[in-house]
Design a protein around this ligand. Structure first.
Ligand code: ADP
Ligand code: MG
Length: 302
């Protein structure tokens, strides 16, 4: 097999990405964070001169987002993506020839049973794992061509991520964790705390702002994860089983919040779940089983 890149992982790229985001004039009134300053994410020395700068890529994603649905230019495009893991001497294929396109302003649910490859698919799409073969394009840029440092910056500028299991900085309390992405990008303390508190209020967990994250229930932690994912006001929100630990009422609240983000703030949402109950919130559902995209809802059964 040509072009085989096996089992490389690009994790830990999130930290210390060196962005400097000027952030004066932040307006969080409508849940939008408007910045009058420019995002200056250009590395001083870029080893890959040919690759577009991170700020260019981020700007492109934002422009694509603004386009009407008449412009059917995909924001996310996976082509012939395969992903295998090496377990001892055995190669275990997990994703098998995945092809799909996601357009700006869509709310996509990827639905599939446990073990079908949903988390692996998201990690590959986010550039946290390289595919074994195939391409992952975000607004036309093949992210598998970016190095880890570029990937981390691009990921930060493009995606808000809610992981299946929250990963906290254990020495920081809830609000400091939520403000973390802004701290990394040099937003001043008062401003980032204001934004973090706004996001916590939005999810109804502001009364736990000064707790340590691990003192919260699984459900509360997931809500805080959503707050954290949105602090940088990314164009695309990606969530891996965000309702997994929530009771029905809280899960409904999160789903309605997501629908509002999509409809009112026109964010592109991509969520994976094994729960068929949520598909009514999405503008489109993609079904996955045994690492393959399957056509039609009739064939899906948990
Ligand atoms: P889902 O999120 O749909 O439950 P996953 O993507 O987590 O599914 O896993 C899909 C399959 O890939 C599972 O069989 C899992 O055991 C396997 N898998 C996931 N990550 C690895 C890994 N790092 N090494 C080996 N196998 C893995
Ligand atoms: Mg999973």
């Amino acid at each position: 097999m040509a072009n085989v890149k096996t089992n490389k992982t690009a994790k830990n790229g999130n930290k210390n990405n060196g962005n400097s985001e000027k952030s004066s004039g932040i307006d969080i009134k409508n849940g939008k964070i408007k910045k009058s300053g420019t995002i200056a994410t250009q590395p001083v020395e870029s080893p890959e001169k040919k690759a577009p700068s991170i700020s260019e890529l981020a700007a492109q994603v934002k422009i694509a987002e603004k386009k009407t649905s008449g412009d059917r230019k995909p924001l996310i495009e996976l082509s012939h993506v395969n992903k295998s893991f090496q377990v001892g001497k055995t190669t275990v294929p997990v994703l098998k020839d995945i092809n799909f396109k996601i357009y700006p302003k869509e709310f996509i649910i990827i639905l599939g049973p446990s073990g079908s490859g949903k988390s692996t698919l998201l990690n590959t799409l986010l550039g946290l794992e390289y595919p074994t073969s195939g391409t992952v394009k975000i607004n036309g840029q093949d992210v598998t061509k970016l190095n880890q440092n570029q990937l981390a910056k691009f990921r930060y500028a493009t995606f808000g991520i809610v992981f299946q299991k929250a990963d906290w900085v254990r020495s920081l309390n809830v609000i400091e964790n939520v403000a973390m992405p802004l701290a990394i990008n040099n937003v001043g303390r008062k401003e980032r705390m204001d934004i973090a508190m706004f996001r916590l209020k939005e999810m109804g967990v502001d009364d736990h702002a000064n707790y340590m994250p691990t003192e919260l229930s699984g459900g509360q932690q997931q809500k805080v994860s959503v707050s954290r994912a949105l602090t940088g006001n990314p164009p695309i929100l990606v969530a891996d089983e965000p309702t997994g630990n929530l009771d029905t009422e809280s899960a409904g609240k999160v789903m309605r919040f997501f629908r509002d983000l999509n409809e009112r703030l026109e964010k592109t949402l991509l969520m994976v779940t094994h729960n068929i109950d949520y598909v009514s919130y999405a503008t489109r559902t993609i079904y996955i089983r045994d690492g393959q995209i399957v056509e039609g809802s009739g064939s899906f059964k948990e």
